[in-house]
Design a binder for this molecule. Structure first.
Ligand code: MGD
Ligand code: MGD
Ligand code: SF4
Ligand code: MO
Length: 735
């Protein structure tokens, strides 16, 4: 059955929003949000309702996946609370998690499959049945495959509990072209630690007594349980926090020491810290002798990296660097240099994270309470899958040649875009996108849009009419996390446990979970032998080796066989780290073998010329990337973003707080309001990420604030190929 042709109005759906946008000067106002959440139903009132059911499930409003307790009455979700039993998030549910109810109820949500009828991006769609939409996608995928081979389709997706089904479909289809989020996010941090330890470790912040953080804005960019633990240990003064960031963030406000470091110079700080640890013999000599490789080479390497030298690079006084190195060693092994998460910063990012990894190893804080700890996991079973075809060509991003040390199976996003735009080494004309918004995730939006427009087929599987969905040929609406049961998921912090995202309410519209969408496509492309299970069978296979059933998650939403973190299994001189030498590598043999410098070498970053600023970006507590700007409650707290500019610089330019300004970079310009503040250094400006959305389908977010991606020049970290998002210089003037 064909649906009626829909105009932009029809796409938006029938329900109005009726929320007048509030004029605010910043994002510090939370008044009405609090009223909303309390008028919704505080737990005590909810509990009084007779028809109330509590369902333990898992938040999906960001990567953290905190535990939620959903109160359902009369088949309706009435409130979301934290699941206090959930080890990773305990009694925390952030503003975004609370506002999950408005994810479900967003009147702009995708409600049924849509097929484009007008020009790409013109916003004319017709509603389709699932059969029709899946037939359409399958037929067009076959056309692209016949013309260009399976490699003619790019499969891009970000993390999520059902992403695996998208990947299974991708592998069965036979395309090597994959783009996941790491090369926009944490690829360099992962690589810097992996090459040093042979694993990417976790942190035991709860038991730390001394924490050094470089721009890991944990009290706004949440990572649970680290954010919760950091709040506890700083509030109770159990730990000292030293925080380096060119901006005075909320995390800085809770720190014992905020060091407004010159952007791009953290590597100099860590090399000097290592210099002091070695020069003053503050390192753990027994640990270094037993567990590490390359100490002498490291010693020679950091000999010239004195605190006095680093002070001129970083703007942090030499005596502070010396004092911090001494304190760090004093509190070790309950002292950590926290590696952060988004490390898509500079072109030397892997080396900076490698230096952090080395400094941690020197004080022996490995696999002990309060230190850095190896990841551990509970093994789950799995359904049997046939071996997918081995792709006949390698991926189009050229990652194996350009970044031989990076993870090939995640793909490299910026290289992929560059190669696709140039048709190198072969054409890619189909793009399947799952749970990802490339129009906001990649620097240089115009280039990303060109890539969209080059495609013969773009399919977006999302829950919202994002800027990327707006450029698709077919939009397949997934049911939201509150409307579906997902596979069991393993967690490793604060200790290994597993948990189940359980359906809270049935799908409210004509949407489907990813597994059903992939099964529908697989059937039409004769790939069903990769999908001969449904969700119940998949979960049963996961739980079989543990002798568990889904009902075992009813009482607390999670399961674990050992409720504490076990320490010390790898503190055994016979333990072999997964590095070429079997030791923690202070001088890196993986790097040396590939012809790279085995030690992190500092190169001073280029400085902005007079009148220019370095643009630095980051997150706000109320939004995940470009995901919640249209959420009614969160939009009300913060309807737009502002460019942060130092007061003295603003004064010089006649810019007052709240003035409209134009920010210009080599690739574009944006109009945005100024936040004039002493909370940022004078040599840089900051634009919070995720605003400046264009899709008319997003009635609250459209046209509010500006997108950092219209300014950032695409650059990469040399070793990992991670995007280097802080290497763009901009000018600012009154608009
Ligand atoms: N300039 C700049 N660029 C950045 C960053 C930055 O700070 N500044 N941050 C970088 C980082 S750290 C990352 S991780 C990447 C993130 O880049 P993305 O992975 O693109 O970002 P997300 O916001 O996680 O995208 C999630 C998408 O999934 C959709 N979605 C939400 N729930 C569901 C669901 O249940 N099903 C489906 N199918 N879709 C759903 C959302 O509507 C959204 O479109 O961006 C990177 N890019
Ligand atoms: N609320 C919220 N929480 C989130 C997310 C979200 O979107 N919103 N996203 C999640 C994801 S996917 C990720 S990857 C993490 C990201 O979390 P973080 O790793 O904390 O990353 P950002 O928020 O991007 O913050 C980067 C910080 O680095 C600072 N900075 C910039 N340049 C330099 C420099 O040269 N040196 C130093 N020392 N600091 C610098 C910036 O001012 C900024 O405060 O957050 C996760 N949690
Ligand atoms: S940090 Fe917030 S948005 Fe992210 S999973 Fe936890 S509650 Fe949800
Ligand atoms: Mo990220």
């Amino acid at each position: 059955m064909k649906g009626p042709a829909l105009s932009r109005r029809g796409f938006l759906g029938a329900t109005g929003v009726g929320l007048a946008a509030l004029a605010t000067t910043g994002c510090e106002r939370v008044g009405r949000f609090l009223q909303y959440s309390s008028s919704r139903a505080p737990s005590s009132k909810v509990a009084a309702r007779r028809d109330l059911t509590d369902i333990y499930s898992i938040c999906d409003n960001c990567v953290n996946k905190c535990g939620v307790r959903a109160h359902v009455a009369g088949g309706r979700l009435v409130k979301l609370d934290p699941n206090p039993h959930f080890p990773k998030s305990r009694s925390m549910l952030c503003a975004k998690g609370n506002a999950g109810i408005k994810v479900l109820e967003d009147p702009d949500r995708l409600k049924h499959p849509l097929i484009r009828v007008g020009e790409r991006g013109a916003g004319q769609w017709r509603v389709a049945t699932w059969d029709e939409a899946l037939d359409f996608v399958a037929t067009r995928l076959k056309v692209v495959r016949e013309k260009y081979g399976p490699q003619g389709v790019l499969f891009s997706s970000s993390e999520g509990f059902q992403e695996r089904f998208f990947r299974t479909f991708n592998q069965a289809f036979g395309s090597p072209n994959v783009c996941r989020h790491p090369t926009l996010c944490l690829a360099s941090s992962n690589l810097g630690f992996f090459i040093t330890y042979g694993t990417v470790p976790e942190y035991d912040i709860e038991n730390s007594r001394y924490i050094i953080m470089s721009g890991a804005n944990r009290l706004e960019s949440f990572i649970t349980p680290d954010s919760i633990d950091l709040m506890t240990v700083t509030r109770t003064k159990k730990a000292k926090l030293v925080y380096l960031d060119p901006r005075f963030t909320v995390t800085a406000s809770k720190a014992d020491e905020w060091l407004p470091i010159r952007p791009g110079t953290d590597l100099a700080f860590y090399l000097a810290l290592i210099h002091v640890l070695i020069e003053e013999k503050l390192y753990d000599q027994a640990f270094v002798a037993a567990y590490t490789h390359g100490f002498d080479e490291l010693t020679a390497h950091v000999a010239p990296c004195t605190p006095e030298w680093a002070a001129t690079e970083t703007d942090i006084p030499a005596e502070r660097i010396r004092a911090i190195a001494r304190e760090f060693a004093y509190y070790a092994p309950r002292a950590v240099i926290y590696r952060g998460r988004r490390s898509s910063w500079y072109s030397n990012d892997t080396e900076m994270r490698q230096a952090m990894a080395i400094a941690n190893a020197l004080v022996g804080n490995w696999d002990q309470p309060g230190g850095i700890v190896p990841k551990d996991a509970i093994a789950l079973g799995s359904v049997e899958l046939p071996e997918p075809p081995y792709p006949e060509v390698s991926s189009c991003d050229g990652v194996s040649e350009e970044h031989p040390l990076s993870r090939f199976d995640d793909g490299n996003y910026l290289d992929m875009r560059r190669h696709i735009l140039a048709d190198e080494p072969y054409p890619v004309r189909g793009w399947m996108i799952y749970k990802q918004n490339p129009m906001h995730a990649l620097p240089d939006r115009a280039l990303t849009e060109t890539m969209f427009r080059k495609m013969d087929l773009v399919v977006v599987i999302d829950i919202m009419p994002t800027d990327s969905a707006w450029l698709a040929d077919v939009i397949l609406p997934e049911s939201t996390y509150l409307e579906r049961t997902d596979p069991v998921e393993g967690f490793n912090a604060p200790y290994p446990f597993i948990a189940l995202r359980r359906q809270v309410v049935p799908p409210q519209f004509d949407t489907r979970p990813c597994l059903d969408i992939m099964r529908g496509l697989a059937e039409r492309l004769d790939l069903n032998d990769h999908f001969n299970y449904d969700m119940d069978a998949f979960i049963a296979a996961q739980l079989a080796p543990l002798g568990l059933r889904t009902d075992d998650f009813l009482a607390t939403g999670h399961w674990s066989d050992n409720k504490t973190r076990a320490f010390g299994a790898t503190r055994n001189p016979d333990f072999r780290f997964k590095t070429p030498t079997g030791k923690i590598e202070l001088a890196n043999e993986r790097l040396r073998r590939r012809g790279f410098d085995p030690l992190p070498r500092y190169v001073a970053p280029t400085q902005p010329s007079p009148g220019q600023f370095r643009l630095i970006v980051g997150k706000q507590a109320y939004f995940t990337h470009a995901m919640h700007q249209n959420n009614e409650w969160l939009h009300e707290i913060c309807p737009e973003n502002f460019v942060w500019i130092n007061s003295a610089e603003a004064r010089r330019r006649g810019i007052a707080d709240g003035d409209w300004v134009t920010v210009r970079s080599p690739i574009g310009s944006v109009r945005i309001k100024a936040y004039v503040t002493d909370r940022i250094r004078a040599d840089c400006v900051h634009i919070p990420h995720g605003f400046g959305q264009r899709s008319p389908g997003l009635r609250l977010a459209e046209g509010r604030g500006a997108s950092d991606q219209d300014l950032i020049v695409p650059r990469e970290d040399r070793l990992s190929g991670n995007a280097a998002l802080h290497e763009t210089f901009v000018s600012i003037e009154r608009a």
